[in-house]
Design a protein around this ligand. Sequence first.
Ligand SMILES: [Zn+2]
Length: 333
Amino acid sequence: MGSSDSFVSALAHALLPLLAGPANTTITFPSTTMRRRACDDRAVPESPDLEILADAFHAGLVGRPLASAETPQSLVLRGTPAELDGLRGQVLTRVVRRGKFLAFTFDRDLIIVNAMLTGRLGFARPGAKAWSQTAAVFRFGARLRNLPLDAAPWTAGARWLPADDEPVELRYRDATRMGKIYLMPEGVSRPVPGWDEQGPDAADGALDLEAWRRRIAKHQGELKNLLKNQAFVAGIGNGYSDEILWAAGLAPFRKRSALAPDEVDRLYTATRDVLAWAVSELRERVPPKFEVEVRDYLKVHRKGGSPCPRCGTRLSELSPGGFVTTFCRTCQR
Ligand SMILES: [Zn+2]
């Protein structure tokens, strides 16, 4: 479930699919899902992209036992073959996103995925044509336990949900193999770079305005770097930091120490609004192709030279350190 959804709201909505009947028993996988697709390497997964994946995998896979797993590109795996084998038969109980990570909790063990730049995850029917650059495949059996009660409401009855009585694969592909899949068996301590260093999730309901003001006061640097700093708040990367700063009307290279109190608050509101807006857009645009990043709806990022949607000025674009930054010199101050 989404980290911003309240448990109570999720529980209330969880009954809807049950009342609506077994809407996901007649699902067929659209053939287009299986086709090889060009991967847009510029769209690095950030909080909204991973949020809908967590929701989809939670709704589609929880309650299923892991039947088998293989890693054609073992470079992505952090763990031993014996540990991978030890997951077999364990039922998946939960999928959550934290920052830019996805965590899959099984009966006993845990898997943490960091997709990094080019890692992509999606459902596939067992036996369907292999994806290019497949790095790992997790085969799940038919659902042994009920649909999770805390499934995100938007997934209820979705056509892309794999049928309960059929097996399904969770595939991971990665063109650069920079992403990592960390096996975390019970009793085994394995470092997951970036995991422990994360601040509160940028979309977490517990990150209220007071907490934001307290945290941001400790940082002095440029606003774009601040938003991308996972130790400040987790989940925001190069793309959504541009969208947030545009929404807030704040210039990306401005220093945090130069912000007035009302600008600090504006940045908070813009962060929450943009992330929530992006998630709602992605829910409409991504399924059933979860393995493809969608970014065509963004307002400013990578749209340098186009008119600013707010004031009409041509958007500026710079690439400090190789990371594209797009902004409006007129209405972002
Ligand atoms: Zn403008």
